[in-house]
Design a protein around this ligand. Sequence first.
Ligand code: MIC
Ligand code: SF4
Length: 644
Amino acid sequence: MGMNLTQKLIASHLLEGDMHTPGSDVALRIDQTLTQDATGTMAYLEFEAMGVERVRTELSVAYIDHNTLQTGFENADDHRFIQSCAKKRGLLFSRPGNGICHQVHLERFGKPGKTLIGSDSHTPTGGGIGMLAMGAGGLDVAVAMGGGAYHIAMPKVTLVRLAGRLRPWVSAKDVILAVLRRLTVKGGVGRVIEYGGAGVDTLSVPERATITNMGAELGATTSVFPSDAVTQAFLSAQARAADWVPLAADADATYDQIIEIDLAALEPLAAAPHMPDAIHSVASLGGVKVDQVCIGSCTNSSLQDMLKVAAILKGRTAHPSVSLSIAPGSKQVLTMLAENGALADLIAAGARILESACGPCIGMGQSPNSGAVSLRTFNRNFEGRSGTADAKVYLVSPETAAASALTGVFTDPRTLGAAPAVTLPERYLVNDNMIAPPASPAEAAAVEILYGPNIKPFPKSEPLPAQLAAQAVLKVGDDITTDHIMPAGAKILPYRSNIPYLSRFCFAQCDPDFAQHCRDAGKGVIIGGANYGQGSSREHAALVPLYLGIKAVVTKSFARIHAANLVNAGILPLTFADAADYEKIETGDSLAIENIRAAMQTAAPVTLKNSTKGESYALEYSLSERQRAILLAGGLLDYTRGGG
Ligand code: MIC
Ligand code: SF4
């Protein structure tokens, strides 16, 4: 029987495990890694703690793109720390200003057929070029940099079969929004979303990357496109023809689920506040007043996107009541826009041009006015993420964003007349002068790692005790994101290297006194609903709770990366056997799990006792043998060092 593309990529990197049993633990060889600065400092602190001299991957790149607003010494110190680690440990260093990690990686380093893990949940952008590219916690990336395997639960594979061709003014963003409407933010959990069908040929690599990027919002392990003539043309245009290999599913490949999408039947769509799967047609929102438009982010900042926006804005002016910001995704994109004059069109139209970085997407500036309607070409519209608590953020295509920026109201771009014709360059402008190479192995010994006063060691965990007794310190509902657990934004991100300080903001949106409650309780358990921990890969959403004494999180279900991060931090991710038991626990209840250590040693059932209510609840867990060993050791770092 033939194999699908996902199976081929996994088979060619399989080190251990049974790839024929979905859900079982498989260990994969990782060819490439990437980090960004907001998760990178922890990843390099962890890498340093592992005592490995030099990275053992084919390629590892450290990017600076998130914390580029430097309102104090903290972010600049983090950049310098990461730069010194990269130089000493054999990584390429993408300097601030060079662009957003996923955009630059796609342009300059991604290779079809390779595996990539990155300490950022949008690493699946690389699936647009035929990579098996996955988001992971910083510690998992550190282990992979040291040559260790990356473990995942063997995914099921969903085929999204594309037919037809997008109509004018309809965009790749509308494709992924249509998939989100169909599958929801939980629909991809435990799955790889593989794209196939004749419609694939009609999509460029940057368009495919928009789709795989936002597959993260489905909760999917990753998303992937075949590597074909379109991929070959993109790589040649990036002066990387030798990196191309053809890759596709076998004709008789089978899938766990098949979804059909006719590209020609799609219309402009928008994700309404505050979830990426709250999909409406743009036409149905027509007329809603718009206060802000932001164009950019790793989802929609390619040259193709920017050229479309420039063509729409050319010769016109942003509506007086709209603040329009544009952040081209990379130095390559920005330079090419400058050289062909499109940048002048953007500036002339009144766009506020931002540096090539994440910027407003992660609340680093451009927070909208109170109660604003903000249209963004980004991938996440979680409540408060923009930095303005009551802002209403809609996720839209670059076409819809640009059209609405001109009119000041939600505008279906199809009402603008003929769509601009944008052709992709035969040659991109290639200049890697902002990628600093590492020191040679001979020179590396003399390179000093430069810390700063804000860079604090990560919190200590301890081996799993025989029994667990703790208080239910917080109870939350469904779809809690890592932005709820550990918010980002300009005020907080500078402290990503300082867990003690960061702990003040943990769960601030759900319970402003959360940190104090944890300190009062000593040891805590968090009770959560379904899809707990969706969104970012930030391991801070596990490390900060660890620091605050959280021993277990008991939910209806977990998002993949966050569950792995909890295990890596030595926190138990457990689920209710009967979801109805969730209702029975209240904040403040005294909870206990007897014999937890023995249970993890033998994979035995676990019961949660609630002495406040005089009740007991059966719990479940889907933990591999290796994950149980990590929990027994008190976390991945201690496990890697041989503790336990
Ligand atoms: C995000 O989009 O939420 C981030 C910021 O890129 C995160 C990483 C982080 O929290 O640093 C992600 O998606 O993993
Ligand atoms: Fe950066 Fe936003 Fe992409 Fe995250 S989603 S990597 S913050 S641009």
